[in-house]
Design a protein around this ligand. Sequence first.
Ligand code: CIR
Length: 264
Amino acid sequence: MYKFEKAVVRTPADSFAEGITPGLFGKADPELAKIQHKKYIQALRQCGLEVIVLEPDNDFPDSCFVEDPVIVTDRVAILTNFHAPTRKGEVDRILPVIKDIYGSHIERIEGTGTVEGGDICQVENHFFIGLSQRTNEEGACQLAAILKKYGFTSSIISIRALPEILHLKTCMSYIGENTFILQKAILKESELAPFKKIVVPDNEGYASNCIRVNDTVILPEGFDETIKQTRAAGFNVLETPMSEFMKQDGGLSCLSLRIPKLNL
Ligand code: CIR
């Protein structure tokens, strides 16, 4: 797995609770989200990352979910093209910091192709591209061509039969050592056959979105069975509170762009 050096995050806006959500878990509290966000930054720093914290952007309530507008790798950054109309402007708002880091090594998904970063799951030099309510075939095709140009392989996993799952990484996360943490709903996916799997219990589905950062897996606080199983599988685990982000349908991975040492 990549050794990560930096992360980019954006502080939740005062408008945070106006973001897109079916509202299944109640109304989010932007002040508590800001406190939880600070703890998230702390967790990233504990894993050895330099964290670049962007100013809140009140025009875009979902803009703290910085993983969606950009896909970052060691060779290129790829600007996505949102399906969600209220989020389209987030790409231009995050562009300056991406230019600072990647210079001219930036590509873009365009036209009728839509891709959101939450649908993209990197496993070493391979990318699983999720076809979802947000990422379409044309976007997946454009992304696969860009990845190929930079020496990566890719394949498709469709989650269209699972309408309750927003993005591919909502239900599966790669945590290194050939291992996924995932929900039962995706367990039989043939693309995942070669991997070891930690299956979250039905009442801990939210914990299937988590991140491996250097030597540690960061999991949402309170998902005890998943945390226990992950530790039992030999991983170091850090927990961080995520209740307010869960109310807005965002997981742990969505809150940061994790950037490895670059090979541009
Ligand atoms: C949205 O619906 O776009 C936001 N409320 C949540 C986005 C979460 N991002 C992610 O899963 N990568």
